[in-house]
Each structure stands twice: as C-alpha cells, then as structure tokens.
Unconditional design. Structure first.
Length: 371
C-alpha cells in the first residue's frame, strides 16, 4: 500500500482534492441522522443522480481555525481510498465544504449492524440467532480482517456497532467492516503504536493493551472478534467492564481486567512469558486465581469446534492467539451448516426480522418510552 503514516514529521502530507465542487446537499438528499460520536455525525441519504443508491454520509465536526482536516479524517480517507474488499465498507465520495469548513465522507449504506442484531435477540430470547447466521457473520468479519492484516493494517476499534450488514440488493447479508478512524498501518518489525493513547472500546480491548504494551500486533483485532463471537451466541457482552472516568483515559482498567480473569483465569508467566515485561503486570500479581469458565459463560461444549475457535481467540498471550488466516481455515467453518456469504440466507429478504437503523431522535424517544 502507498498510504503513508503521519507520524513522521518529515513525511509528505496527504493532499485530498475534490473532483466535483458541488455542495454535498446538491448531490445528496439527507434523510436523518443514524449515528454520532466524537468525530461527528452519520446520516442516511439518497444520491440525487441515482435515486436507488442509498448512502451513509459521515459529517466530521468542524475544527478550529487553522487546524485543517482532523488526523482521524485523513487516516480514514488515506486507508479507504486504497482498500478494496467485499467485507470492507466502500468510500464512494469525498465532499469538502469550504464555506462551513466541513468534510463529508460518503459510504455504502447498510441497513443493519451487529449491535442492532444482538439487541434484537437479547430482547427476543425465544428467537436466538441461528448458528448459520452467526457462522456467516464471523466468517465474513474474519475475511475482512484477514484482508486488512495481509495489507499491514490493524483496525483497532472492532465492536458490534462498527460491523455493518447490508440489507438490500445483491449484497444483502454481506458484512461491511466500517469506521477506520483508529485504523493504522504497521510494519515489521513493529513500530510502537501506543502514542495515540487508548484504542479499542473497553469491552473489546485486549489484555496486552490493558496492561500497557507499547508494541502490539494484529492479535488485538482477533481478541475483539472473539468477544463479538461470544456476544452473538449469548447476546450479552463477554467482558462488560466499567471504565474509569473517560475524561481521563487510562490504559489500565482494573474492573475490565478482573472481568477477563473471572472468565479465562489469571494470567501467569507460565502461560504468557512476556507478561513480566508489561508495565501494569505488577497490578495483577496480588489478585487471586480464578478457574477458566469460558465454556460455561458462553454456554457451549468444550469439545465443540466452536469452543476451540473461540478459545484460540480469547487467550491471554497475543503470540498464541489464532491468526485471521488460520481462523478462516478452522474446522468450525467446514462443518454443517456451511458458511454462506449471505448472513440472512435463512430468511426471505422481505422477512428479515431485524429492525433497520433508525434516526437518532426516534431511537432516543423509543429508549425513553421503554424505561
């Protein structure tokens, strides 16, 4: 890949030019806001020139005068302009608004995400997610991540809300990994990647990150996929730790580390030799030992191939974690039901039970009414 890291002060800055000077609202009809975060807002919209082409538009918050484009936006654009895979979200257009000093990124629109799918099954316990759907979703996530890893990219923020699923057209049931604001190119031998501070949402953050590792690898993504795999099976987060005050982000999160230890046991130098070199290792030393209860927590047979795959993802030592390539070749995906690249193949398109993403205002009202 030709994308350059922005960490080197001597590197040539990435310059983005717009081939079409039309205002974003001249090109797209905005429907409603479907998401928001520290970066800005995401809107569902229609392409005015292609009425049947629904898109998602990410609007970045304005920066202070003279700051230019945010590093997050530059990183996301730089990567997505070069990445091309069926399980990676496609960047369709880039719109700059000089008057408002705002940047808009235009993507494929996906009707569903794993957060909504998991929430549906949690609220409807009589209709658990089928093994065929789970297997398809996880295989497609691994396929997208294998593509990233083979091109020296770590996503670093995998969680259910960042894994989208197409709901219409020829791509129905196809997974699209999104939100590349924290994604990074890495090299071999690895450069330190901890200069950005905290990465990965806490529930999906790997042990090496929590214990302050300065060098980390593709394995951080595999840990997160393992957490998502377990959550699809149980509809509950595997490690729902309570984060310390987010205004003062810290790598070490004692509640999160304890949640992990209560499920897979206490880490020791015998099972993870390099743990002795991690800055926060001493905080774990006085903690009592716990038995490994992963199979019980997830409710699957320890002798099953599903458990074998999960256990190889959810393991303390990142060097012993299964790779995306190895996971794709795991026996779990060769057993019945076989993988289908349409995660919704067990439904008729008109009867997909999952609620599509709704406007933020509608969601807030619905959540309020449910309280």
């Amino acid at each position: 890949m030709n994308t350059q890291s922005n960490n080197n002060n001597n590197s040539t800055p990435i310059v983005f030019t717009s081939t079409n000077r039309l205002d974003v609202q001249d090109k797209y009809l905005f429907n409603y806001e479907v998401g928001s975060g520290t970066y800005g807002m995401v809107y569902k919209a229609d392409d005015k020139k292609r009425p049947n082409n629904r898109v998602a538009i990410k609007k970045f918050r304005s920066t202070k005068e003279g700051e230019g484009l945010s590093l997050t936006a530059c990183r996301e654009i730089g990567l997505l302009k070069e990445l091309s895979n069926e399980n990676i979200i496609k960047l369709q257009d880039i719109c700059l608004n000089p008057k408002e000093k705002l940047l808009y990124l235009v993507f494929d629109y996906a009707e569903y995400d794993l957060f909504g799918i998991i929430k549906y099954h949690r609220e409807n316990p009589g209709t658990p997610c089928t093994e065929q759907t789970i297997k398809s979703l996880i295989w497609q996530v691994l396929n997208g991540i294998h593509y990233l890893h083979s091109h020296w990219v770590i996503h670093r923020d995998l969680k259910p809300s960042n894994i989208l699923v197409m709901g219409e057209g020829k791509d129905v049931g196809v997974v699209k990994i999104g939100d590349f604001g924290l994604a990074r190119i890495f090299q071999s031998p690895l450069k330190p990647l901890n200069e950005n501070g905290v990465v990965v949402t806490i529930w999906y953050r790997s042990p090496e990150l929590l214990l302050g590792s300065k060098h980390y690898t593709r394995a951080v993504d595999i840990w997160a996929i393992g957490c998502i795999f377990a959550e699809l099976i149980t509809t509950k987060p595997l490690f729902p730790g309570k984060e310390k005050d987010p205004k003062f982000p810290s790598l070490y999160q004692d509640d999160q580390v304890e949640k992990i230890m209560r499920v897979i046991g206490k880490p020791t130098p015998e099972i993870w030799p390099d743990i002795k070199h991690l800055p926060e290792w001493k905080r774990v030393l006085p903690v009592e030992a716990y038995p490994n209860t992963l199979a019980k927590c997830v409710g699957i047979d320890e002798k099953s191939s599903a458990y074998d795959l999960l256990a190889k993802m959810i393991t303390w030592d990142p060097s012993k974690r299964i790779s995306a390539q190895e996971a794709l070749d795991h026996p779990y995906f060769k057993e019945q039901p076989l993988v289908n690249t349409n995660a919704f193949s067990c439904f008729k398109t008109s009867s997909i039970p999952y609620p599509p993403r709704v406007s933020i205002s509608t969601k807030k009202k619905r959540d309020f009414d449910e309280q």
